[in-house]
Design a protein. Sequence first.
Length: 566
Amino acid sequence: MKKEKRIRDVVKSIGLLTEKQLKQALEEQHRTRERFSDILKRLGFISGENLNDVIASHSGIVPEVMANLKIPQEVISILPPLIAIKHRLVPTKLEGDLLTLATDDILNLLVIENLGEQLKRQIDIVISSKAELDHCLEHYYGLKEEAIDNVVESLEVSDAEAKSAAREAESTPHEEEEAPIIKLVSLLIMEAVRARASDIHAEPLEGKFRIRYRIDGVLHEVPGPPKRLQGSVISRIKLMAGMNLAEKRLPQDGRIRFALQGKELDLRVSTLPAVYGESVVMRLLDKSNFALGLKELGFLEDDEERFKALIKLPHGILLDTGPTGSGKTTTLYASLNYINKPDRKLITVEEPVEYQLSGVNQVQVRPQIGLTFAKGLRSILRQAPDVIMVGEIRDNETAQIAIQAALTGHLVFSTLHTNDAPGAVTRLIDMGIKTYMIASSLQAALAQRLVRLICPHCKKEYKPSQEEIMVLESANLASKSNGLRMGEGCERCSFTGFLGRISIFEILVMNDNLRELILKNVPTNELRKEACKAGMRSLREDGLIKATRGLTSIQEVLRVTQEESM
């Protein structure tokens, strides 16, 4: 381990650490098993951005270019996926008993030292860029059937013993000592993060235990554990989420905090008793990837300016509508972030609080103790806020209080479950709200959906079909068909042709004519006609414009707006 020793010497010689600090950091790593660089940062010993470059240049370690590197599978299989991903190590070649490991963190001293002893090999290290290492980790350590099989094969215990292992302490200091069930659940979560999944679905069926990931809004089945491990895996997830392991007859909700590659993840967990066992859904909330800018939401230029003007209004109510998972919460958070200034007091009441916003007072609804949306909103008004966000208007009481707040000088944001923007008015009337109150308080209603973005890595031009041209003609966009693109499919997008999502919108902005129609309680289609005269684009029209700009596809727009008639 000459290079590892040389790194220690360099750390001291360049004045990065004193002997005392180095000893303290090593003792801390033996105790916590954290990455060495993370410990140094936590203890306040280092803060430099180019630390790897400095140490590499002093220690003589040559950077490794991994962009086109082909690593044999027998070399990759030397290092278990959990260790490779957690400690950011990729084996690149094996010559005799000398194993070369690439990393973007050459201060990972203890792990490298221990690996040499465990693998009974000499270890050489090379430095790689973060981007190249990320690509190698994703390419070589994705959740393939072999990875599942490797973990399952290590389960040399009965199912009863596996269940017992799942109830052990949540984590252990040494990866090699972790129960196989713990490794298996961690692997499922890691792969979901790698695949950019928003949800993990663990579904007991009659003859199998199915695992599916929701990626860009579409469910994909992935290799799962055998049926005999179903109870053990579900028990482990419930333990991590702080649920009652013995209760299998009633639905439960919980939360898991999971740290992976420097990211802090929140997983909202829900269990539901089904015929063949408890169905589990874990929703992944990645705080580090949460975009809070209006630019990232996907507004067209004129809609963005219109929306910015609306969220700067001094009072009134703005409603964001759409089904579950259409991006409503993200839009509201981006709006709050945009108007969050020291001279304004912002308070939210949510169920649950998904992301914490700096400078905003956020209230978590707790129905089990009587803290409902209505009660929380009533209390919020006594705090003299300028802006209020209500997670969702579900009943007459909440709607009444929200509208009263809008009429008494507050700007109120909230969501409703309706199919389109004009439908928000009809929904409020159905809840028992008087038409004159709606007409007086409502400033705008927004509807949105999420469509998949064409993968930028395999995007290409194509000639549209006759049916697609007819769709464009119905929106007066046939002249822009040369902007259409499609994804051929590549490794980056898992050969789907799509990578990421963007919102499509329709924005109904209130005017005098619309207020008169609301007072007359006209049908939703009459409101829609008047809103379109005033400049509102429908969801489908907004989506088709984005398709002609090469952002998404016509078929994708039709898929998410199929209830709309052109």
